[in-house]
Design a binder for this molecule. Structure first.
Ligand code: SAM
Length: 271
């Protein structure tokens, strides 16, 4: 190397060659941007790989939905995100009204990786982004492309750099194995048309000591509103039984002051 350096100095164009090499080096250093939060690991690349693997493994397998048509409006390519912002992010919705308390109960720590499954308009995604901080990451996962486009746009607008929007499949969240510390499912479990497969993909994605928080509507005949009885297929006891059969165990039924139409459960993977 030393010899090459001195030899090139003796050539008439030697200095120019060295100057050019130096310039290339400077440009390369300038363009290289390490991912500060994850070192060598790039969450968007991980997700794309997981999505392709999943698509390959489930190709051509017909399945039976437990609630056919429930997601029709969300999958509409003409879906008006603004309409849903005014429905999901309004004080008269108790989930929105109590959002800070629900976030506090999830006990998110800086640096954690959170999956917001059925992220919708991104109400909780934004809160998780701030709670996990620059060393953490949030996967906003939804089957509705329009919601994910909105979340990506919103994240760029507010300079929230630790969010990856994931358009998932109806039977899989398409996250890489062991990729998240926390899974959050708010008013979305009853929208899963293939709960066993979706929960299997969540089981794979959740790390060994990870936490799963599930919030959903209380469904009790003669207590719940008619709309809930028709729209939500299973109540708290049935949902708990299903999750237990999918490899999770209930840690705690979290009591939330003033939460009247919803319940909040904390699960972990069965040991
Ligand atoms: C009632 S919204 C709740 C949105 C948000 N979690 C909130 O509480 O504001 C239900 C969301 O679940 C999404 N969804 C339905 N099935 C899903 C599935 N299998 N996987 C991921 N998201 C799904 C819908 O597109 C919709 O955005």
């Amino acid at each position: 190397m030393k010899q090459l350096f001195f030899e090139s100095l003796q050539r008439p164009d030697g200095l120019i060659v060295i100057k050019l090499a130096g310039m290339f080096l400077l440009i390369a250093v300038f363009l290289w941007q390490p991912n500060e939060a994850f070192g060598q690991v790039d969450p968007p690349t991980e997700v794309e790989q997981a999505r392709q693997d999943e698509a390959e493994s489930t190709k051509g397998q017909p399945k039976k939905s437990v609630k056919p048509g429930i997601n029709e409006t969300f999958l509409d390519p003409e879906l008006s995100v603004d309409d849903y912002v005014t429905r999901f992010e309004i004080e008269s919705r108790e989930i929105y009204d109590l959002r800070h308390e629900l976030l506090r109960l999830c006990d998110i720590k800086p640096g954690e990786r959170v999956a917001d499954i059925g992220a919708g308009t991104g109400l909780f995604t934004r809160m998780f982004s701030k709670a996990t901080g620059p060393t953490g990451w949030v996967f906003a996962v939804d089957i509705a492309p329009r919601f994910i486009e909105h979340i990506n746009r919103d994240a760029a607008l507010h300079n929230l750099k630790n969010i990856t929007g994931v358009i998932c499949q109806e039977d899989s969240v398409t996250l890489p194995p062991d990729s998240v510390d926390v899974v959050f499912i708010c008013d979305t479990y009853h929208h899963f048309e293939y709960p066993e497969d979706t929960m299997a993909s969540i089981h794979r994605a959740l790390r060994e000591n990870g936490r799963l928080y599930l919030i959903d509507f209380i469904r009790e005949p003669e207590v719940s509103r008619e709309w809930i009885l028709g729209h939500v297929r299973a109540g708290q006891a049935e949902v708990t039984k299903e999750l237990e059969s999918f490899g999770f165990e209930l840690v705690e039924h979290i009591k939330v002051n003033r939460l009247q139409e919803n319940y909040m459960l904390h699960f972990r993977k069965k040991r």
